[in-house]
Design a binder for this molecule. Sequence first.
Ligand code: ATP
Ligand code: MG
Length: 352
Amino acid sequence: MDNTHIKLIDVSKTFDANTAKQVRAVKNVSLSVNRGEIYGIIGFSGAGKSTLVRLINLLERPSSGQVLINGEDLTLLPKKELLKRRKRIGMIFQHFNLMQSRTVEGNITFPLRGQKLSKTEIANRIDSLLKLVGLEDKRDSYPSQLSGGQKQRVGIARALANDPDIILCDEATSALDPQTTGDILSLLKQLNRELNITIVLITHQMSVVKEMCDRVAVMDDGVIIEEDSLYNIFSNSKHEITRKFIDTASNIRAAIELLKTNPSLLGVKKGDIVARIDFNEKSTKEAVISQLSRKHGINISIIFGNVETVGGLPLGTLLVAFKGDEDPVKNAIEDIKSSDIHLEVLDSAGIY
Ligand SMILES: Nc1ncnc2c1ncn2[C@@H]1O[C@H](COP(=O)(O)OP(=O)(O)OP(=O)(O)O)[C@@H](O)[C@H]1O
Ligand SMILES: [Mg+2]
């Protein structure tokens, strides 16, 4: 059975197409998201992420291309049908977008308006939504009386009001502190697991990606430059931009900065070759460093190390300094480069 839930085929969006201000926000993007998947989209500001997710529920109409949900092309539907389909796609935002003059209940019932539901049906629906997001005691509060995390829970309850099978999250946790972010992410994960809701999640925070996503797309300048499983994106990314994002989720940046400004603090001397070594699930367990050092008769000192699990698999980064004569060091580096392990020479004093 085809498990594809969302499919974009060669979709583009150009704003102000007929003017000098024309912006090509999304360019010929194709992607598929499977049912029940959590699909992450990362990219720098202005990359086109928000525009891309707004194309999924046709809040933005594509300039060209097809948007298929459950195999049905939304761009071909008459307005009334489109509105019906859109109700089944919930959306949550960074700034919650709640109506300040309505209570929690008022905000959550808003998407139910215009449907022929009895008072009891609405009351029951509210009860179960408030319970689901843990806000039973805030029913009559106004948004100004809620914390950021509580507001986002209202946002999630509102997004769930029409029983969606897709939720689009645009920076949903960016305005929240780490603890509250964790709570909201757990809630989203619970909805994904228990209700099998497909989630498309935009974020700047790689920690969020690491925690949540099954697959990840990296956007730059309107294009998806890379897409892969969570583990492959972290362990074997192809693009510089992706690496930059990944490094923001580890301490390696700080270690590299320190290396630039004060190498002696890390025990690095003139003549040492400093390299970054990334391990994946095949190589973390091997005693690579000690083997190399024995084989080539050199010293390899570890300056910085980080080993973690991503998607349940181990992933490691080491900064090392090769210390020894020129030729054996060169040979050791060639040895690693010809293996599965990713090595990048960061700094060398005179050899390369
Ligand atoms: N309604 C609009 N009219 C004109 N240009 C727009 C419109 N919406 C977005 N753009 C432009 O499209 C490009 C992509 O914007 P978009 O909001 O999709 O980026 P983003 O990746 O979500 O960025 P951020 O991370 O800052 O939210 C930007 O250059 C933006 O200025
Ligand atoms: Mg955006």
